[in-house]
Design a protein around this ligand. Sequence first.
Ligand code: FE2
Ligand code: FE2
Length: 300
Amino acid sequence: VTGAREASLIQDDAKFRRLIEISRESTYSVHDVLDWSEQIPSDVYWMSPELLSLHGTPHFAALSEGQRRELSKWEFINYCSVNMYGERELVAAVLTRLYRPAFRTASEYFHHFIDEENKHMWFFARFALQYGGKLYPDKRVRTSSYENDAVDDFVTFAKITIFEEIGDYLNVAMMKDVRLPPIIRELNRVHHSDEGRHLSMGRKLLEDMHRSLRSACAADELLAVERYLKRYMINSVETFYNPYAYLDAGIADAYRVRREVIALDSRKSHHAVLLNRIMSFLVSRGIFSSNSLYAEEDCS
Ligand SMILES: [Fe+2]
Ligand SMILES: [Fe+2]
């Protein structure tokens, strides 16, 4: 395994070179893509109501139309915050691997990835600060790294891809939602157009890396990785249930509300929708043994 890792883990193929080409053609100045003079009227949704964390629950049914719009404002500020922190973490993970021999063939593309994520962090943070006056604190669960480099690298890029897939589902839904203000639709569109390439990179890296992981790890280790990544999926979707956002929206007893809604089957079904594309990919490539998100938890 050690010998193999001195060479690149990642096959240098045409698909990869194409991503670099498109990135060069699609480059933009982050200061020019959004109109920051736009004012957001008080009577609009900031995030599609169907995407709100309380949607489909008795708590949502009890809110007035005005309260729902207020909730959508603070959940969108939370969405920007979650994206900024998530991207900060994934840029750090990619930076530590830049020009490492195992990732040598990916380094050229990593530069584009870092450049684009740097722009995204800037506009998510700027939006949250300008329109919401704050970024919410980072509540993402800190996770330890694996001692085995092959496992650690694989898990790192799997987490990046899972995080980006969840974000992309929300981007696509919001960029098309005409109820939302132009700047919010546009921010989602700009993000989505870069993320398509990142997701393509993620899938390629996962396929290449899983090949070497299969030869280096026993079946029970692979299953432990699957369980860990499913826990990560759950933690990631749960960052959207932010009690501070509920409090800002005037919802009393925010922590109780969070506890109650997170456990609802209707919300778990929504989590499965958010994760559907990445889950299908991981199962179809034999990286996951099943697409059930909560089953392992129930029997442990
Ligand atoms: Fe991004
Ligand atoms: Fe990305």
